[in-house]
Every structure is written in C-alpha cells, then in structure tokens.
Design a binder for this molecule. Structure first.
Ligand code: FPP
Length: 243
C-alpha cells in the first residue's frame, strides 16, 4: 500500500452467508462457517496495510429472531472461533473488543469472549471489534437513558449535552468514526449499524457474498475509498469534469 493513506477505521456488514450456502445446496450454518475464512482474511489484510480499527457486524439484535438452531449454531461457531483464534490474534498484536448487549448472550459465550478481550487488551496493533447483539437504536437508547438518569439526579444540566458529551455514552467511545463502511452481498442498507458514527462515512457495496470475500476484495474497497478521497478537496474543473 506504500505511502498512501489508509482509513483508520473500516466497518463491515458481513452479509450473504445464507445465500452462499443455498447456492451450494447446503444448510445456512455452512455459510456462516465458510464466512469465518473471510473474517480471517479481512483481519489479516487490515493488519498488513496498517488499519487501526476494524468493526465487524457479526450478530444484530434482530438476528435473535432467526430459527433457534441457526442462533445456537452461530453461538457455538463464535465460541469455537474465539478459542481457536485468540492466540493468533495475540501473536499479531490485535486487541479484541465487543460492542452490543452482551448480557443477552449465553453465559459461556460471554465468558469466553470476555476472557479473549482481557487476554488481548494490551495489544497495540489492530483493534478488532465484534458487534454482537448490537443495534444502533439500542445503543442510542441506552445512552439517552443513562444521560436522563444523570439529569434527573441533578448531576448534569440539559445544556451540558452536546455531541462530544453524548458520544461518551456510545459503545464505540474512544474509537474514531469509520471512514469506510463495506457491505457485501449486494444489499445497500445500513440495517441499524453505527447510525450515529456513520454520519460522514463513505459506503462501499459489493455483490460478493461474504464467504467469498477475500483480501483482494477488501483492497478494491480501499482503492475506491482513496479515489473518492482524492476527488474531495478539488473542484470538478481540477479533476477534468464539467460541473
Ligand atoms: C449474515 O449473512 C451473516 C451473519 C448474520 C453472521 C456473521 C457471522 C460469521 C461470519 C461467523 C463468524 C464470525 C466471527 C466474528 C468469528 P446472512 O445469514 O444474513 O446471509 P443471507 O442474507 O444470505 O441469508
């Protein structure tokens, strides 16, 4: 990637596992299993090109309403992957984090996740954040609730509430906003993901189904992002277009 600028924070909506499995004549869970290879590739390429934050939408609040066998298979897969990959993440200086309502997760899943988070917490390379039982409206609602409690207790005044103040109550506090959000599988929606944080994000949509997503696909997204960045500071005349 040379000297060129990379975004600091890339967020990914991993979509299309079910369709991938269907095309292959397999059960949906095989799509999720195949998706773990794409997770690995994406984490690796982020480390290789010096991206500091990668956030993956792994399980939305709405995903709880999927058939219970799919939900429990996803939970098992998550625990299995965490146990298997934590030493590798650690070796590569990756710090694991999670955002979302972890209290809604089965205890063993939350325990394993918290252990992995603690184990990698000193790492200073990539911060890999898994959005689990996450939804933006839930996050914003929780923030408002906490702020309202403080106001009711007389600890803050309504005038104290500005953007920076509110951000302290979001699950992403301390992270820069994502400059780039990628969604796979041809869908072009944000689906309740990082609504506040995406205020100025660039969006990149690709028809590639998540299990087929490879380093090259990630680099294509980065390239597109850079082309958009290059156009930014210039007038249309400067880049040879009519306005
Ligand atoms: C969306 O595809 C994907 C998910 C709901 C789960 C993502 C999970 C993984 C890739 C598994 C492992 C994750 C980690 C972080 C180790 P979909 O099922 O909505 O696909 P469809 O729209 O084609 O049905």
């Amino acid at each position: 990637m040379g000297e060129q600028k990379v975004p600091r924070h890339v967020a990914v909506i991993m979509d299309g596992n079910g369709r991938w499995a269907k095309k292959a004549g397999l059960n949906r869970i095989f799509g999720h299993k195949a998706g773990t290879r794409a997770v690995k590739d994406t984490v690796e390429i982020c480390g290789e090109i010096g991206i500091k934050y990668l956030t993956l939408y792994a399980f939305s609040t709405e995903n709880w309403s999927r058939p219970s066998d799919e939900v429990s298979s996803l939970m098992s897969l998550l625990v299995e992957q965490i146990i298997k990959e934590t030493p590798n993440l650690d070796k590569n200086n990756v710090a694991l984090k999670a955002i979302g309502d972890l209290s809604s997760f089965p205890e063993n899943v939350a325990d394993k996740l918290n252990q992995a988070i603690r184990f990698t917490s000193k790492n200073t390379g990539l911060t890999l954040t898994l959005a689990l039982s996450y939804s933006s409206r839930w996050e914003i609602m929780e923030a408002v609730r906490k702020i309202a409690k403080k106001a009711a207790a007389g600890e803050i005044k309504p005038e104290d509430i500005g953007e920076k103040f509110l951000e302290q109550y979001l699950t992403t506090f301390g992270m820069p906003d994502p400059e780039l959000i990628i969604r796979t599988s041809g869908e072009q929606r944000l689906s309740n993901f990082l609504l506040w944080q995406a205020a100025y994000s660039e969006f990149y949509f690709t028809p590639v189904l998540w299990p087929d997503f490879r380093k090259k696909d990630f680099l294509d997204a980065i390239e597109e992002y850079r082309n958009r960045e290059r156009r930014f500071g210039k007038t249309s005349e400067q880049i040879g277009q009519k306005s």
